[in-house]
Ligand binder design. Sequence first.
Ligand SMILES: *Cc1c(COP(=O)(O)O)cnc(C)c1O
Length: 222
Amino acid sequence: MDIQQNLKEVLADIPQQVRLVAVSKFHPKEAIEAAYTAGQRIFGESKVQELEEKYASLPKDIEWHFIGHLQTNKVKYIAPYIAMIHAVDTYKLLAEIDRQAAKAGRTISCLLEIHIAQEESKYGFSLQECRDMLDEGSWKGLKNIRICGLMGMATYTDDTDQIRNEFKTLHDFFLELKQKHFQDTDSFKEISMGMSHDYQLAIEEGSTLVRIGSKIFGERNY
Ligand SMILES: *Cc1c(COP(=O)(O)O)cnc(C)c1O
């Protein structure tokens, strides 16, 4: 597995304005070091314990993104250093991130996870739940979080029309919320969508952050 070559190929495939989150979950720190040496600085992890160990032993200029489902009782561990939390799917979690960020003297960038796939099992707000949460307005009092945009995962399928439609749904919803709640908020600009098997489609549909793991680091051993 030539991680540096894979990284180079993926980067060559991504336009300048799209940022790459190299998803290193389940891969050892040596794999991250290889990508780091090749210049990659943004890494994505989905388990708090694993991230904690990697954070402690790897260079401090790495920008860590938490991309997995985050339990409220674990926010406190990563609040001192996490750069972005991609999968905020309840107001309760958002409020806890705010509380822990305040304790750490920080403002944490968050994305709201929207359920766009047909699969039942995926987390995320429905469009209506997200509208209701934002309309209700309490989030405006949270001063230590920054809502930077949306995140979504398409259905795992070979049907590219379906994947494309789901990404379109997320992009359209981003525009709706931008217009309604974030018109004067420059930092509301991110659409995190696209993984190893569907990032090209995601980019065509307006992704600004792609989360790519296996295409760079190889298959994961769970
Ligand atoms: C694991 C994971 C990825 C990366 O998946 P690959 O198919 O390996 O690119 C992206 N996003 C999330 C939320 C993940 O959990």
